[in-house]
Ligand binder design. Structure first.
Ligand code: NDP
Ligand code: 8X3
Length: 254
């Protein structure tokens, strides 16, 4: 079903994006891998080529840079231009401060990446899908888009925005055959908390201590499932939690 499909994954250099790249490569897809860390992308592409014979096209790109995003998509080689599946996954959190003491720079980074970056990439990719009358957009939201937690107001707001945009896209695309899926994971152990706490590994590890979090691969499997349903089926929204998590603040630690 995915043989030679062109799948674009943002945030492919780590975590959920890298796991998606692996699963889609294994399924025969061709990959456009997007992230800022070029070396990581090169290593991943080489691994996937060796393991599955997968071809990848690398875009070293900051999704916050609107002009660079436009330029990158306008100059895709023709063989890579007809994107079948867009996985909007690039994202991050910064800090866990109360709103009245939070750093405005952190807020801007989250909003510029999680919200505006997703919009820029979607705006660049979607017209081709509409023109061709086929495509699937998968947005990685979060449980944080449904429930706010202390210190997380701006991150949660950015993910609530992803939820609203996913909903809006479905409305705007009604009547085309393009599907929109939003996956909302709970705790997934990736580099996410290391990025949030700016490299403080101890604090990052404590987020997952005593519970069994999701793995990046758990999320990638749901993404793959969603895009391999028959064309008349749209798995619109999935809240995917570790068994040890009941809400953003209620987790069971042993
Ligand atoms: P990671 O930190 O492991 O991966 C984040 C990815 O996003 C990296 O590949 C990073 O690449 C990329 N990225 C960040 N900023 C930019 C940018 N400006 N331009 C391009 N790429 C960027 O975290 P996860 O895999 O966990 O996160 C993936 C998504 O999942 C995020 O949207 C996150 O909000 C969401 N999520 C995560 C959960 C979790 O508990 N981990 C739970 C729910 C949702 P690079 O730095 O090379 O640019
Ligand atoms: C990431 C999950 O709860 O750490 O979106 O914010 S959480």
């Amino acid at each position: 079903m995915l043989e030679n499909a062109i799948v674009l994954i943002t945030g492919a250099s780590s975590g959920i994006g890298a796991a998606c790249a692996t699963l889609f490569a294994r399924s025969g897809a061709k990959l456009i891998l997007v992230a800022r860390r070029q070396e990581r992308l090169q290593e991943l592409a080489a691994e996937l080529q060796q393991a599955y014979g997968a071809s990848s096209y690398l875009l070293t790109l900051d999704v916050r840079d609107r002009a660079a995003v436009q330029q990158a998509f306008q100059s895709l080689p023709p063989a890579w231009a007809e994107i079948d599946i867009l996985i909007n996954n690039a994202g991050l959190s910064r800090g866990l401060d109360k709103l009245h003491s939070g750093a405005v720079e952190d807020w801007e980074e989250m909003i510029d990446t999680n919200l505006k970056g997703l919009l820029y990439v979607t705006r660049a990719v979607l017209p081709g899908m509409v023109e061709r009358g086929r495509g699937h957009v998968v947005n990685i939201g979060s449980i944080a888009g449904r429930q706010t937690y202390p210190g997380g107001a701006v991150y949660c707001a950015s993910k609530a925005a992803v939820r609203a945009i996913s909903e809006g896209l479905k409305l705007d695309l009604l009547g085309t055959s393009i599907r929109v899926t939003e996956i909302q994971p709970g705790l997934v152990e990736t580099e996410f908390s290391q990025v949030r706490f700016r490299g403080d590994r101890e604090r990052a590890a404590a987020v997952y201590r005593g519970l069994t979090p999701l793995t990046a691969m758990d999320v990638a499997e749901v993404v793959l499932f969603a895009v391999t349903r028959p064309p008349h089926v749209n798995l619109s929204e999935v809240l995917l939690l570790p068994t040890d998590q009941a809400s953003t603040t209620m987790v069971h630690r042993r």
